[in-house]
Design a protein. Structure first.
Length: 390
């Protein structure tokens, strides 16, 4: 309630004591969870452990610093030097919702979502809910004037759902998803490494032409449009190249507040400075800045980093998947996804919580723990090529 009001009124000052209470409550809960051995695990690591089992802030610092050092100059180059940015025209027009729903269902079931054991519905914000591996439901939202938001949401949630559908069916905790970061890696693997690839649009563009009467763009034009980069104030509207910096900013702030290095009242100034230095964005008001997300007021402190751990994990899995399936992208172009899905089931889904952390699973299944190099290489080669700025 207080957060909704503050965001609507663009009023951080009245929200500040409420937010300070939220941080304090989260710290009290973490203290209680630490028990008698607080020296073994810091307060922030305790919070992190709720969402990303076995991961600690020191390890995240190293991963995020590497990503930030690579992406800040890359984004400046892409948005500064590009002679020929892709047009987003193919995303705009009139797209009947029923036609979109039909198209979305066709694509997500082709990817491997099992409709016999789940369903697809509409909601304001896309989400996945699992009652058991035999009943996993996904939702997306649709706009008549833009078709990609709905499809990206469906493919993203389809990735979450396929993880849930392919866990063991014992109903024991060991057969549940490993962590938030691993869950996010599954949705982003499908949304980005499959669904934003050139190969995917060679497969999907004819389906768009079939679904929407006047749609006559080429696969190359659609690929450019869905991968266009722009600076954004808003995390959930950010593209895959700028999104990581939105996460790093939030991670740094929440950790510093928990560790007593930053006062809650100073969050807006710190936020706006970081948006300027990292993304060259001037934040016009707090509702478009530090008031935009619900996480902190819902005590989900330690959640933000899992989004970026998921992105980096997805890129690493995609690299090793292609190593094991050398014609992976030819298969995608043909609309064949079964081998990719069974690779993910073999490496990730079926193990549930049998590993102590995301790092431990990656080390056992692909031979090295999380390494941000794959994510950085993927973004660098993709966007220097798309924006023609070598």
């Amino acid at each position: 309630g207080a957060w909704v009001k503050a965001r609507q009124a663009n009023d951080f000052t009245s929200f500040e004591p409420v937010l300070a209470d939220c941080f304090q409550t989260a710290k009290d809960i973490a203290k209680a969870q630490q028990g008698d051995n607080p020296e073994n695990i810091s307060l922030y690591n305790q919070m992190l452990d709720e969402f990303e089992m076995g991961m600690d802030a020191g390890r995240i610092d190293g991963i995020f610093a590497e990503i930030q050092d690579a992406l800040v100059p890359l984004i400046a180059t892409v948005l500064g030097d590009s002679k020929n940015p892709p047009s987003t025209q193919p995303l705009q027009g009139t797209f009947p919702i029923e036609a979109q729903k039909y198209l979305n269902k066709k694509i997500v079931t082709a990817l491997g979502f099992d409709e016999e054991h789940g369903r697809i519905d509409v909601s304001v914000h896309p989400f996945t809910t699992s009652f058991s591996s035999a009943d996993v439901r996904i939702t997306s939202r649709f706009s008549e004037s833009e078709w990609y938001q709905g499809l990206a949401g469906t493919v993203h949630e389809g990735g979450h759902a396929m993880y849930e559908q392919n866990l063991g069916d014992s109903d024991l905790d060991i057969d549940s998803a490993l962590s938030m970061g691993m869950h996010e890696s599954q949705s982003l693997f499908w949304e980005r490494h499959v669904g934003k690839s050139k190969s995917f649009w060679k497969y999907a563009t004819p389906l768009l032409q079939e679904a929407f009467d006047s749609f006559d763009y080429t696969p190359e034009e659609v690929y450019g449009a869905v991968n266009a980069v722009s600076r954004s104030y808003i995390r959930v509207e950010a593209d895959e190249l700028t999104y990581p910096l939105h996460v790093i900013l939030r991670y740094n702030i929440e950790r510093d507040v928990v560790e007593g290095k930053l006062d809650v009242k100073d969050i807006p100034a710190r936020w706006n400075d970081a948006m300027k230095s990292m993304l060259n964005v001037d934040v016009p008001s707090d509702d478009k800045g530090c008031l935009q997300d619900v996480h902190w007021s819902g005590l989900a402190i330690g959640y933000f980093p899992t989004y970026l751990l998921g992105s980096a994990t997805a890129a690493q899995l995609a690299y090793y998947c292609e190593k094991d399936i050398p014609d992976m992208y030819q298969q995608i172009e043909q609309g064949q996804f079964a081998e990719i899905k069974s690779w993910l089931t073999d490496k990730v889904h079926r193990h549930g919580k049998r590993y102590s952390s995301l790092d431990a699973l990656l080390e056992a299944q692909v031979g090295e723990k999380l390494n941000p190099k794959y994510f950085i290489d993927y973004l660098t080669s993709k966007y220097t090529d798309l924006y023609d700025c070598r």
